[in-house]
Design a protein around this ligand. Structure first.
Ligand SMILES: Nc1nc2c(ncn2[C@@H]2O[C@H](COP(=O)(O)OP(=O)(O)OP(=O)(O)O)[C@@H](O)[C@H]2O)c(=O)[nH]1
Length: 208
């Protein structure tokens, strides 16, 4: 597969984005995936603006470089929202299976994705986190799966705390991106203004 700049010698780079209500566990999922770590509650602080980590992953014998953006769930910490989405090939919408509110908020997050992601091909995945809290579960697996079917997204339940389903979630998302050729194709450039945007897109290899 050609990389974002057309070369086959460089490692392909993918941009992924984590969104969802505050405290659903976006930063914890990222930390679990990249560093195989889970921080105790007292060491966790809310994300301000946006944070990101880079991770190498191997899918079917090929190496990919992932830049994973972790956005603030709290409205007051969200700035420059549209820029988070620029160049993203995959978006993970996270809710907490023990929080009905965070599940119901998916509609709003979905609208945001559709507002800022211009390409309909960007791969979306709904992730129900904190399955280790089974006794306080407020959203069933069936409901999560039904929501994903309705929105035509991928779906998985996981736990950043107990390391259930986290690697699988990221790998499934990346695999689907790899299988979506339009996310790798270059755009035509009808004028100079658009050319600037296209160069930005090509830097991360996305048609979003
Ligand atoms: N039981 C349990 N707790 C979790 C899990 N994932 C995260 N948490 C806890 O949930 C709280 C919020 O986690 P964060 O990762 O900071 O959540 P966030 O979505 O990044 O929050 P914002 O940065 O405010 O958007 C922390 O106390 C975590 O320890 C999980 O899988 N299980």
């Amino acid at each position: 597969m050609a990389t974002s700049n057309g070369s086959t010698s460089n490692i392909p780079t993918l941009k992924l984005l984590l969104i969802g209500n505050s405290s659903v566990g976006k930063s914890s999922l990222l930390l679990r995936f990249t560093d195989d770590t889970f921080l105790p509650q007292e060491e966790v602080s809310a994300t301000i603006g946006v944070d990101f980590k880079v991770s190498m992953t191997n899918i079917e014998g090929k190496t990919y470089k992932l830049t994973i953006w972790d956005t603030a769930g709290q409205e007051r910490f969200r700035t420059l929202t549209s820029s988070y989405y620029r160049g993203a090939q995959g978006v993970i919408l996270v809710y907490d299976v023990s929080s009905r509110d965070s599940f119901e908020a998916l509609d709003n997050w979905w609208n945001e994705v559709n507002t800022y992601c211009s390409s309909p091909d960007v791969v979306k995945m709904i992730v129900g986190n904190k399955v280790d809290k089974e006794s306080s579960r407020a959203v069933t697996y069936k409901e999560g799966a039904a929501m994903a079917r309705k929105l035509q997204t991928l779906f998985i339940e996981c736990s950043a705390k107990t390391n259930v389903g986290v690697k699988e979630a990221f790998e499934e998302l990346v695999t689907k991106i790899i299988e979506t050729p339009s996310l790798w194709q270059k755009k035509q450039t009808p004028n100079n203004t658009v050319r600037v945007n296209v160069q930005q897109s090509q830097a991360s290899g996305c048609s979003c």
